[in-house]
Design a protein around this ligand. Structure first.
Ligand code: DAH
Length: 342
């Protein structure tokens, strides 16, 4: 009996010490194989008397079962080690990747950078504004009439005053998510003395229902140039340069008379497309512009010696034209197959 106990503990120790399937196989053959001590003992059972045979048989069987169990357990352990080796170190997929992303930038970011680079060549710098604005910055200061439809609750996301709080702000001020980046004209004119040239790319919000050409939020670029003797010719020259750099040398622009509260005169700008996606030899309206309205200057305390022009357009619109995309929602679906094309 003692011998058997020793055999079991030696065998279990040997199993524990195994570090590979090969070692385990050797141990298995040594302790359970046909030439093993255990099998030797089992063979001697036939020579025992019946009572002894039952007793010894039980013990031998228990040792055999215990050894087999130890080997099965070790096999599973070695298998899981193999699997881990193949999978590498355990990772937490909820953490940001430690490796810098090799992916290209989002197409809208690429287009925004491309736009900014073109204007930088003309001496413009990039100005920032706020997405949460007051009605004064978004409408009043920009000379929008009191009853302008863009001010309506149907078009603009107004915030309940209690959500933004009233600390250090005028109690009667209405807060909103800006509907246009033209707000940055005001922020810039209040902060910096002319001459100045800025563009301001940023997010804007409108109470539109999402469809192929509308989004409740999208991106615009606002441009503002203030100097002495600035004229419509400078405005047109600037836009001409931009459009040719952005789309290609054979593009041209034309100005059509229009109305915006913050410019006088105001224009819509069409670009002539010779060949781009589904467009061939056609004019397309892409942006708005004009000479800064005297009331805007007055609201910002800029005197009459200065003139300026301003323009504004949608980044999504330009990106859709450039890449031939027909549904603005594609930019926001995080579809890797779509994003991988840029
Ligand atoms: N803010 C206008 C819009 O959201 C775009 C625009 C038009 C901006 C004319 C301008 C401009 O600066 O002069 O539709």
């Amino acid at each position: 009996m003692e011998e058997l106990e020793n055999l079991q503990s030696t065998a279990e120790q040997a199993v524990r010490a195994c570090n590979s399937f090969a070692e385990l196989q050797t141990v298995k053959t040594r302790f359970l194989g046909s030439k093993s001590d255990l099998v030797g003992y089992l063979k001697t059972l036939k020579d025992c008397n019946p009572t002894e045979r039952v007793q010894r048989g039980k013990v031998l069987n228990a040792v055999k079962v215990a050894l087999e169990a130890a080997i099965t357990e070790k096999t599973k352990f070695l298998q899981s080690c193999e699997r881990l080796k193949k999978l590498g170190n355990p990772i937490d997929p909820t953490l940001p990747s430690p490796y810098p992303s090799a992916k290209p930038l989002h197409p809208l970011t690429q287009v925004r950078k491309r736009i900014a680079n073109i204007f930088k060549q003309l001496g413009y710098s990039v100005a920032e504004g706020a997405e949460l604005e007051t009605e004064w910055f978004c409408f009043d200061a920009l000379n929008a009439p009191e009853n302008h439809p863009s001010r309506s609750e149907q078009d603009t996301f107004f915030l309940p005053t209690k959500e933004v709080g009233t600390t250090s702000r005028k109690a009667d001020e209405k807060y909103l998510l800006r509907t246009q980046t033209s707000t940055v004209q005001i922020r810039t004119l209040l902060k910096h003395k002319p001459p100045l040239k800025i563009i301001s790319p940023g997010r804007v919000f409108r109470r539109d229902t999402d469809d192929a050409t509308h989004r409740f939020n999208f991106h615009q670029v606002e441009g503002l140039c203030v100097d002495k003797n600035t004229s419509v010719a400078d405005l047109k020259g600037t836009l001409d340069y931009f459009v040719r750099q952005f789309f290609g040398k054979d593009f041209k622009v034309r100005l059509r008379s229009s109305f915006f509260p913050f410019t006088e005169p105001s224009f819509e700008v069409d670009i002539f497309i010779t060949n781009l996606g589904k467009f061939h030899n056609t004019w397309l309206e892409v942006l708005g512009c004009g000479m800064v309205h005297p009331n805007v200057f007055k609201n910002c305390g800029i005197d009459e010696d200065w003139q300026g022009f301003a323009f504004g357009f949608g980044i999504e619109r330009l990106a859709m034209l450039l890449y031939g995309i027909e549904d603005v929602r594609r930019f926001y679906q995080n579809d890797e197959r779509f994003l991988a094309q840029f």
